[in-house]
Design a binder for this molecule. Structure first.
Ligand SMILES: [Zn+2]
Length: 237
């Protein structure tokens, strides 16, 4: 996604809501919520869901205003535009959209892009290595309260939800994520573990931990036997 996509809807001649101005107030590289959540790409997906034709979406997105308010997102497309001195009627739009719709688009996108075949086991039971497209790799760590990833997008998502408390609340209450940041590498691990939801992730993670402990104990016992003593003798020292 090009870096200027967050700016694509920052029409200077429009007065944005206070919340939007606050999001824009950060320096350009720090427009995390606008970049990750409320971008034109995501809006395109929503218009598609609402039955807009490809052509209407294409023209509409050239003239759209996406105003992120505290509790919702206001979308506006004028119903006529001036092109080469001529006034043309286009499909207009003026509506408030739930932030949940944008969070859902983000989750769906990350799930679609997640690929368990690009994973390798890490050096510990709770770690995976995710291979990027350009030979780079990231580490996913399965923690009990969430999984984390060392990639750039994960950090961006974290900052995006930090900038938007309402969106974060939605992510927390979401039956699939329960607050898990929707990073494609983490969803790849979910797929690998056959987990569809965060609750399933926690369950499978626990099973993995238990069998790791079991394996370690068995291994430890074997080593003791090789050393020529069993547990009974050991306590006698
Ligand atoms: Zn990642």
């Amino acid at each position: 996604m090009p870096r200027n996509i967050a700016k694509a809807h920052a029409k200077p001649n429009r007065t944005y809501s206070q919340f939007h101005q606050m999001l824009l107030g950060h320096k350009e590289g720090d427009h995390y919520a606008l970049h990750h959540l409320y971008n034109v790409e995501a809006t395109r997906v929503l218009l598609q869901k609402w039955g807009w034709s490809t052509e209407d979406i294409k023209i509409g997105c050239e003239h759209i205003t996406i105003d992120v308010m505290k509790h919702s997102v206001y979308l506006h497309i004028p119903n006529k535009i001036v092109k080469r001195g001529e006034t043309i009627k286009i499909k207009g739009l003026s509506r408030h959209v739930s932030k949940g719709d944008y969070v859902q688009v983000l989750i769906d996108k990350a799930k679609t892009k997640s690929d368990p075949y690009k994973l390798q086991l890490g050096d510990d039971w709770n770690r995976f290595i995710a291979l990027g497209n350009t030979g780079d790799f990231y580490e996913v760590e399965m923690r009990e309260d969430e999984a984390t990833c060392t990639c750039h997008a994960y950090r961006g998502l974290m900052n995006a939800f930090e900038q938007d408390a309402i969106a974060y609340k939605i992510l927390l209450k979401h039956p699939v994520t329960r607050g898990q940041l929707p990073d494609k590498h983490i969803f790849a691990v979910w797929k690998y573990l056959s987990a569809e939801t965060f609750n399933q992730y926690q369950h499978v993670r626990q099973q993995r931990y238990d069998s790791f402990l079991e394996e370690t104990n068995r291994h430890g016992l074997r080593l003791n036997q090789y050393a020529g003593y069993d547990e009974g003798e050991e306590t006698g020292f």
